[in-house]
Design a protein around this ligand. Structure first.
Ligand SMILES: Nc1ncnc2c1ncn2[C@@H]1O[C@H](COP(=O)(O)OP(=O)(O)OP(=O)(O)O)[C@@H](O)[C@H]1O
Ligand SMILES: [Mg+2]
Length: 486
């Protein structure tokens, strides 16, 4: 799309020269011969750039500049000025003009200045856009949950986001620690400053030290140039130390010193580097227990633990599960460009009853997989869920009451077997081949057991719950293996 430029000059000759050559250069041109007309044009239309003469009759260029930047602060303005008044041009730049052209000018020069001004303004707009995207991705409101414990965490995030105090985030794997760390950054004063994340687990000590504090040229054989560490990159922003529990004792001491003194020495360096960095640390380990075992320094722990955010496991906030399911269904249907899908009540039941050892991450993966593998289907059933989620429901132990008289093992086992069979059949929509698969037994064995345990072979028909329950229906079983779709 062609960019729109407004030319404001009372000199008709200048307007013509500029209009002609800039439209030849591919821009769309409007022009105005007075300040008043320029202001009303800007009020009515959006321009990508304004070229504004400094000296205009009645309302002069400076006054016009002030008015149009108030109307559209993001629109770049380039001033035209006579040789004698370069100083006023500089004053104009302080007031928000992005550049100036001195009369008499050559057209190549004008095109260069215009091109640069437009490019800068694109970049700026793109940055604003990216930043907004980050904010919507990481804002507090994107952390899904309405359980009391999550509400308390949201309140705490808003309360401490802008403070410089160190935050320690703990919680099991997949509970959203990184999400919270980002929410803290993007909701605080430092949101427009860098957010730098370092994973302290899984890399050797010396590498991690180099990563954190950087080195100067010649510090070691491969150090061919100065390389700033993450502490320096995060200056004025936030440094997220993920998996802090994996940091070695010797590095813990160094980190503690930096936290205390707010300055450090890069490897091989002689000059201390000072930084203003907000630290957020996270771990899924039990730091208190590690302290007792002498694996985590107590002094560092208290330095980090100024504000503590403890994320609950998903099981502790199971009331949030439906909300999260909806959130991820929306997310992945949108991402994969498919119409909104939903889970059948049976699938919902299995999802609600599952224990989610992998927490939100596991739930997210399950939903992503279900959406990805279900193709044209709008309703996702148990068959779209991974085996372990269905299996857990099946192996749940029945509650046994051992009275003084004992109990008949055969009866209890038969009762248990019957319940398991019913569950599998329900999950399978009473398709026996499928139920047998779930139970990892042969179809003929299943039918034998059903007869022995008095389970009606066409149970669902009598109960009126499944359209697939007649004998013939078994031949049109839905495909369940991923590869069988398409
Ligand atoms: N409350 C939530 N709302 C929406 N998405 C969430 C929520 N909690 C976690 N997630 C998502 O779950 C996934 C795992 O979250 P995250 O990486 O923050 O977990 P973590 O606690 O850092 O895990 P680990 O200890 O394994 O590094 C991410 O994709 C994240 O977006
Ligand atoms: Mg993490």
């Amino acid at each position: 799309m062609k960019e729109k430029i407004l030319i404001v000059d009372d000199d008709e000759g200048v307007r013509q020269v500029l209009s002609q050559s800039l439209s030849e250069a591919g821009y769309r041109i409007s022009s105005a011969e007075s300040g008043e007309k320029a202001v009303s044009a800007v009020r009515e239309e959006t321009f990508d750039l304004v070229i504004l003469d400094m000296v205009l009759p009645r309302v002069d260029g400076m006054e016009v500049l002030k008015e149009i930047t108030a109307l559209r602060p993001e629109m770049p303005v380039v001033m035209i000025t006579g040789y004698a008044s370069v100083e006023t041009a500089i004053k104009a730049m302080k007031m928000g003009a992005v550049d100036y052209i001195v009369k008499p000018f050559r057209m190549e020069e004008v095109e260069l200045v215009v091109g640069k001004a437009l490019e800068r303004s694109h970049l700026r707009r793109e940055n604003v856009y990216l930043r907004r995207q980050l904010e919507t991705t990481y804002g507090v409101h994107n952390i899904t949950g309405q359980s009391p414990v999550m509400r308390r965490i949201f309140a705490l995030i808003e309360q401490v986001a802008s403070s410089r105090s160190t935050v320690l985030i703990t919680g099991a794997s997949g509970t959203g620690k990184e999400l919270v760390a980002r929410a803290l950054h993007f909701n605080g004063d430092r949101r427009n400053r860098p957010f730098v994340s370092v994973n302290c687990g899984g890399i050797p000590d010396t590498l991690l030290e180099d990563e954190l504090f950087g080195h100067v040229k010649g510090a070691f054989t491969d150090a061919v140039a100065d390389r700033p560490g993450r502490f320096e990159s995060a200056d004025t922003g936030t440094l997220f130390l993920d998996e802090i529990g994996n940091m070695s004792m010797s590095l813990q001491i160094k980190l503690l010193r930096v936290l205390q003194e707010r300055e450090f020495l890069p490897l091989g360096g002689t000059k201390k580097v000072q930084v203003d960095v907000r630290i957020i640390a996270a771990t899924n380990m039990n730091l208190k227990a590690m302290m007792e075992e002498g694996k985590f320094r107590e002094d560092l722990y208290y330095r980090l633990n100024v504000i503590h955010i403890q994320l609950p496991s998903l099981r502790e906030r199971s009331e949030d599960v439906p909300l999260l399911i909806q959130h991820f269904l929306n997310k992945y249907c949108r991402e994969m460009n498919v119409p909104a899908k939903r889970f059948t009540p049976e699938a919902m039941k299995a999802l609600m009853e599952f224990s989610w050892p992998g927490n939100v991450r596991q739930l997210e993966n399950v939903i992503e997989r279900a959406v990805a593998l279900s193709f044209g289907k709008l309703e996702l059933g148990p068959e779209d869920l991974p085996r372990d989620i269905l299996d857990e429901g099946l192996v749940e132990m029945p509650v046994l009451h051992v009275g003084g008289d004992g109990f008949s093992l055969d009866e209890v086992l038969a009762d248990y077997e019957q319940r398991m069979l019913y569950q599998a059949l329900e999950h399978a929509g009473w398709v026996k081949t499928r139920a047998a698969e779930l139970l990892k037994i042969k179809r003929t064995t299943l039918i034998e057991k059903m007869k022995r345990l008095g389970i009606p072979l066409k149970g669902a028909v009598e109960r009126g719950t499944s359209p697939l329950a007649s004998g013939e229906a078994e031949t049109i079983e839905p495909a369940t293996e991923p590869g069988a779709h398409n």
